[in-house]
Design a protein. Structure first.
Length: 136
C-alpha cells in the first residue's frame, strides 16, 4: 500500500466514525425528550380525559360513600367538574399525611393522575398521598 492510499483510508474511517457518533447522539437525544404532564383547571379537565394531568381547583365537597371518599372539585355533587377518588383501603395513608380528608373542604387542591370518565362523571383515582396537594 502507498502512503496516499493509507492516508485516504484513515480519513474515510475517521469520517465514518464521526458520522456514526452523530447518528448515535441524535438517536439518544430524540429518545430523551420528556413530555411534562399538563396542569389543568378543574373546569377544563373534560378536555384531558384519558390523559395523565395535574388537576387543580377549589374543593366544594368532601363526600364519603360506601367504599371511599370523593373530593368534589368546582361544585358540589352532582355538578362537580371532577372528583378525586380515595378508596377506603388507601385512606390511612392520607389520614397520616393530612390528618383527615376533611381538611380539603373549601381549600384549593391539586391531584395528579389519569383523568377517567366513569358513569358520565370525571374522576382521578388517587392511591398515593404524594399525588394529592393541599394549596395553602
Amino acid at each position: 500500500m502507498s502512503n496516499a492510499t493509507t492516508y485516504s483510508d484513515l480519513k474515510m474511517k475517521k469520517n465514518m466514525k464521526k458520522a456514526c457518533l452523530v447518528a448515535v447522539a441524535s438517536a439518544c437525544l430524540s429518545t430523551v425528550t420528556v413530555r411534562a404532564e399538563p396542569t389543568v383547571e378543574s373546569s377544563k379537565a373534560a378536555f384531558y380525559v384519558g390523559q395523565e394531568a395535574m388537576v387543580c381547583g377549589r374543593v366544594y365537597e368532601v363526600k364519603p360513600f360506601g367504599k371511599g371518599v370523593y373530593i368534589n372539585m368546582g361544585a358540589r355533587y352532582p355538578n362537580q367538574h371532577i372528583s378525586f377518588l380515595v378508596w377506603d383501603t388507601d385512606r390511612p395513608k392520607f389520614e397520616a399525611r393530612f390528618g383527615g380528608l376533611s381538611v380539603f373542604q373549601g381549600a384549593e387542591a391539586c391531584a395528579r393522575g389519569l383523568i377517567e370518565n366513569y358513569k358520565s362523571t370525571l374522576q382521578i383515582k388517587v392511591a398515593n398521598p404524594q399525588f394529592l396537594r393541599l394549596i395553602k
